[in-house]
Ligand binder design. Sequence first.
Ligand code: GLA
Ligand code: ZN
Length: 707
Amino acid sequence: MKKTLKYLIIIDIIAEKGDRMMKNDLPLTPKFPKLLHGGDYNPDQWLKYPDILEKDIQLMKQANINCVSMGIFSWINLEPEEGVYTFDWLTKIIDNLYANGIYTVLATPSGARPAWMAQKYPEVMRVNQDGVRLKFGGRHNHCYSSPIYREKVRQIDTRLAKQYAGHPGVILWHISNEFSGECYCPLCQEAFREWLKKKYGTLENLNDTWWTNFWSHRYTDWEQIQPPQPTGEQDIHGLSLDWKRFATDRTLDFFKMEKEAVHSANPEIPVTTNLMEFGEGLNYFKFKNDLDVVSWDSYPLWHNSLQSDARTAADTALTHDLMRSLLHRPFLLMESTPSTTNWLDISKLKRPGMHMLSSMQAVALGSNSVQYFQWRKGRGCSEKFHGAVVDHYGGSDTRVFRDVAQVGDRLKKLDENTDLYSTCVSPECALIFDWENRWAVEDARGPRNRGIKYNETVLSFHRSFWDLGIPVDIADMECDFSRYKLVVAPMLYLYRADIQKKLADFVRNGGTLVGTYWSGIVDENDLCFLGGTPGGLMDVFGIRSEEIDALCDGEHNRLMMCGNVPEGMKKEYSISDLCDLIHCSSAKPLAEYGDDFYKGRPALTVNSYGKGRAYYLAARTEDPFNRDLIAALAKQAGVQKSLDTCLPDGVTASRRSGKHDYIFVENFNSVPVKVQLPGTFRDAESGESLSAELTLEGYGVRILTEA
Ligand code: GLA
Ligand code: ZN
């Protein structure tokens, strides 16, 4: 209780100063600064089953649950008729949970609306690309512009805040659910045109920027502008890019409206919204200034037949890294499945050990929670077979329940015995992933319209860091790079946010930069640079790109290292997809093409620039090359690994640092492995002293501290 009060006072002081940096030093959920374990709880589906509701509390305690997320899809039970609010059931449940030591992450219900609202105000429903207004049903399908929807949401959010923001058990606001998608209704189109007017001022400026004399597509009236769509305009890349930027801004604007509503009663309760994997259409970096806490929903397809669990783990790690990088502080794993999903083509069960391992993976990369969708399986509708902690069977004597209870027990003990909560991963390397670049590079008609593979390329470089156990942040072009030693910038097709200057400064001041083919091709408006590419960075890389060759699927060229092969690198690697034909000005070739008419021309170069070095990779290389290159450059740049050893395949290490450091060593192989330890360590949980060799069980994870 004392602690809670202390934190509330700190928040007061900080709120006054408005100092975001200091706010970031606070616990994520000051009222309950603990590693959270729990997840989505939907008691509103069980209001007619009092025995079940009672049993929930008992089972939650048994499963070491200390936190639930509630109200996410509760609108119909909170406002069964327009203007009639029925919060009593929720109050009773929040009170009861709190009395039992279980805290609540309270959601605003805007992710899905009641039927009465759609019936009375059809404008709340979204309009699809074909101009068809959606009928009532589903979720996440409302219009973000509709004044009526906004007002209804604001009203219920304000009431929820008034009722619960002072409740000692309510620790965090969960705004809406998984924001996504676009609406093409007249209101959204009008808002888009207003957005454009603000951005471009005059129609002439817009036309020039969008290059609309192409195909005579010049607009002569603002009203002629419509969003890109299959039955209309799809060839103005500036329009497509701006529409996506607008969609992010619109969603963010809606989020901010909700944030303001819940903060109207008490601005001290932090706010989050559950984000999704980095594959979705919103630019999450734009949300960072308005989120107090970052959280996301993680549903990797473990044990699939396309790739190893280690690859799946590395891919998942990218999103964990991204979420942590948004605010450079711990985040929350808001949803994950305790066993299986039910929306994939094939839904496999997590093999024994995987639940603990995948949960600890999130924690290892900076999550201060392990939360699930959902606590108890519903009886009906489309998620009745989605994995949950409590099955229809209803008892605790199940494999999944035991797995969950074990994770909860482990988190509880870590909280009691360590200061893990107040540590975070602090990488010396960054990998650039930029949403606007992604939209533009995927929209362009260029060398490979089937398989430009931007995401895959970012993932491949990220896997190198994962395999080597080197911590890495994910940055977009708006980020500050001065904190890093090594920056990898694959396929920066579109340059924006002064990235040329930032990267030049970074290298000049001693940084190591890796750039690649298909970079610096267009400016922020998707207009090609004139005078040579990579536009604005030719002197930093010491090269000029002249043309780019595309290989067919299955075709390969070879990258042959020349001169002094950096330590640990092989003489020859395979390349595919894209080969950039470059000229060196001041750069030195480190590798050349092995085949085709450009055999012998540079494929990898290095340029000394100021105190640093800029590497230019001209061709798409594969995982083995990327890993060897990153290993060599990280070593040369003096980058620390999480554990200074050579990790076996399928094993990674990550380090959370603070007053004490915690090194998570994770084995994504189903069989045991041995890891050579570079010194003496202590097992942070058992206290056991460890040196020489560490044995990890199949899917095992150990947490070490320095002895
Ligand atoms: C998402 C949603 C949840 C639930 C899960 C199922 O993450 O936020 O409401 O539908 O998917 O996997
Ligand atoms: Zn709309």
